[in-house]
Design a protein around this ligand. Structure first.
Ligand code: HSE
Length: 438
């Protein structure tokens, strides 16, 4: 049987990895797919041929639209990234009856509803395993492996750059900016590193995970997103004194009132496996009703780990080339007509526990004022820690952990605490999740 022709858009970190993995493992991949898979054309503005053995044998152009319009190509692999022209290229490929594989989380999170509708109409597949958590097959795990379950919540360390920064700050006391430069040099960070630090990259990935977990349309604009740039070495140290670690988590939970969809720094107990996922590694913890908790761990970025997911998607597409479109696995796990219009909760309605840090005057009655405010709002304190004042300084750091409370009440408490004369500056608030699976 003739090989399937693939057009590769992008020969950068992931595109290069995809080219090399497909070539290196060609024999094994053919045995798995049932047909040979040939990258016949590629589009790239610039690339390094010394990293791509065999690249001279294929046609490389700088015109991605020419590849998308080439009638000999069966599958377009979009590894350019970003919103445009990726969206236009993918929609053109679909219009040309081509299947699409993409690693582009921003594209799927923002434009996935439009792209999947177009693909459905044309009867082609759009596969996107590499868009979330790099090499971890989390899309397949949730969409297929956990298909029997009602998913209760899931959480993930889904940005390697942010996790690398928090790990280095904790373990080596390194400076935020210094660690970020290293992540950029290693090729993990996004083209715009604020996407990593401010949680936008994680919000893209969480949007996708929530859709396939709960059968809802993609709603990136509803994700609450908070970054890690305000986390200090002190916060990391105090969290440890309470037996917790600070992780930048994506978190989504189904409640009776709606779905929580949020990305923010989070204290989690250090005994949880996911609290021990360090460096650039990613992990996703899924709590589902039948199977209970399952944890998926692996490399969330990098050339060949991400290529592993891209190539698996290409193999999936090749395996189903002869299958009737109605009988393929649906893009967002649930049948397109069965996606549910469930409310996404605003942050005021989210329920979680909190870590609060404040600078308090070192005199009698100050703690009583703070605890009275919390008590009046029905907020119960789980632990409290007052540090020694530094020599010559009249104020002391006070850190407390609360029980679970509705965010609206905690916001009111923080406003009142910050208004006290005895509290200087603003209150640092980091959310805390116990991740109990009872
Ligand atoms: N910038 C991303 C990360 C790359 O650091 O995880 C993988 O999506």
């Amino acid at each position: 049987m003739n090989p399937v022709n693939v057009g590769l858009l992008g020969l950068g970190t992931v595109g290069g990895g995809t080219f090399n993995v497909l070539n290196r493992n060609a024999e094994e991949i053919t045995r798995r797919a049932g047909r040979g898979i040939l990258i016949s054309h590629a589009a790239a503005r610039a690339y390094d041929p010394s990293r791509l053995p065999g690249i001279d044998a294929i046609s490389v152009t700088d015109d991605a639209f020419a590849v998308v319009d080439n009638p000999d190509i069966d599958i377009i692999v979009e590894l350019i990234g970003g919103y445009e022209p990726a969206r236009e290229l993918v929609l053109k490929a679909i219009a040309n009856d081509k299947h699409v594989v993409t690693a582009n989380k921003a594209l799927i999170a923002m434009h996935g509803n439009e792209i999947f509708a177009a693909a459905q109409e044309k009867g082609v597949m759009v596969a996107f395993e590499a868009a979330v958590a790099g090499g971890i097959p989390i899309i397949k795990a949730i969409r297929e492996g956990l298909a029997a379950n009602e998913i209760k919540w899931l959480t993930g360390i889904i940005n390697g750059t942010g996790n690398f920064i928090l790990t280095e700050m904790r373990d080596k006391g390194r400076d935020f900016a210094d660690v970020l430069s290293e992540a950029q040099a290693l090729g993990y960070a996004e083209a715009d590193p604020t996407f990593d630090i401010e949680g936008i990259d994680a919000a893209h990935k969480l949007t996708i995970l929530a859709s396939i977990a709960f059968g809802i349309p993609l709603q990136f604009d509803k994700v609450y997103t908070e970054g890690i740039s305000h986390i200090t070495r002190d916060d990391v140290g105090y969290a440890e004194e309470f037996g917790h670690r600070i992780k930048h988590l994506g978190f989504t939970r189904r409640t009776e009132e709606g779905i929580e969809l949020r990305v923010h720094p989070t204290l989690i107990p250090d005994r949880r496996l996911i609290a021990n996922v360090d460096g650039v590694m990613n992990a996703v913890l899924v709590h589902a009703d039948a199977v209970g908790p399952t944890l998926y761990y692996g490399a969330g970025a990098g050339s060949e780990p991400t290529a592993s997911a891209v190539v698996a998607d290409i193999i999936d597409v090749v395996r189903t080339l002869t299958a009737d479109p109605e009988n393929r696995v649906p893009h967002l796990a649930f049948q397109p007509h069965a996606l549910a219009a469930v409310t996404i909760l605003g942050m005021d309605d989210v329920e979680t526990a909190y870590y609060l840090r404040m600078q308090a005057e070192d005199r009698p009655g100050v703690l009583a004022e703070v605890t009275r405010i919390l008590g009046d709002l029905g907020i119960s304190i789980e632990a409290i820690l007052q540090k020694e004042p530094s020599p010559g300084v009249e104020e002391v750091p006070v850190i407390l952990l609360s029980h679970v409370v509705r965010e609206r009440h905690m916001n009111a408490a923080i406003r009142q605490i910050e208004a006290l004369d005895s509290i200087h500056g603003s209150v640092t608030r980091i959310r805390l999740e116990h991740l109990d699976c009872d």
